[in-house]
Design a protein. Structure first.
Length: 262
């Protein structure tokens, strides 16, 4: 996603500060990590689905971005159903496989839990521009500028690494050395990419230092990062989802604190 794409989004959440999106997703995920029950995860997922249209993603883009989550969640649930802790009535038992009421309940809870944690994280971070995130980390959280800018430069280089890999593969095919020995070919290309990465990193470090990125003193920024009322509202929504999900689980007796005594 380019910077232009990030700026062109019209959703109410798309234009907010990346730090508020990070905080909201963390607040939603925290209670769901501490418990494994279907009620809290189901309530959180239902509330999230009501807010997804405001994220600034079209439905086609939503499914394209989140399809790995929709694939991973059922696979995880199937694994829990087959190999999870057995309790209650046992339906299938064969060697290590044992499907019971307890394993099916854990599978449902795991399915909803994965969706409730992963979906808001993916949807919120799709609309995050790396430069805006770096501005927020340095200006609002006051993280060291050298660390933030180095991380931003490294993130921007990911696309170049992919292009280099494709170029290396095409060059080897043109020379006729990519027709056999996949493992050997992969190792050779990985080493060549490592050499290219080190050289590019050295050049980038020299160029950044020449432009004053490593100079002492207070930095100035091309764009000021703001944390306004909309950002506070998004964080409050994330906290509200967590509180409602926890209360629902506690009131129904479904709360299952996974770090508690066995």
């Amino acid at each position: 996603m380019t910077l232009l794409d990030a700026r062109a989004r019209t959703g109410a959440v798309a234009g907010l500060n990346p730090l508020s999106k990070l905080a909201a997703s963390a607040l939603i995920a925290l209670p769901l990590i501490l418990t494994l029950d279907a009620v809290s995860a189901g309530v959180a997922l239902a509330l999230e689905c009501l807010l997804l249209p405001f994220a600034g993603l079209g439905w086609r883009e939503f499914w394209v971005r989140t399809w790995p989550v929709w694939v991973a969640a059922p696979l995880t649930a199937v694994t829990i159903a087959l190999y999870g802790e057995a309790s209650g009535r046992v339906y299938v038992e064969w060697l290590l496989l044992r499907v019971s009421d307890g394993s099916l309940e854990l599978a449902l809870a795991t399915l909803l839990r994965v969706l409730a944690i992963a979906l808001p994280s993916v949807v919120l971070f799709v609309t995050v521009d790396p430069t805006d995130l770096a501005d927020g980390l340095a200006q609002i959280l006051r993280l060291p500028a050298r660390f933030v800018l180095g991380a931003l430069a490294g993130l921007r280089m990911v696309g170049l690494f992919l292009d280099d890999w494709r170029a290396l593969e095409l060059a080897r095919r043109a020379r006729g050395v990519a027709d056999r020995g996949r493992i050997r070919r992969f190792a050779g290309m990985a080493f060549a990419l490592l050499v290219l990465s080190i050289r590019r990193g050295s050049k980038l470090a020299t160029a950044m230092e020449a432009r004053g990125f490593g100079a002492p003193g207070r930095r100035t920024w091309a764009r000021e990062s703001h944390f306004g009322a909309g950002d506070i509202a998004l964080v409050a929504v994330g906290a509200a989802i967590s509180v409602v999900a926890v209360l629902a689980a506690v009131l129904t007796g479904a709360w299952n604190f996974i770090l508690g005594p066995s």
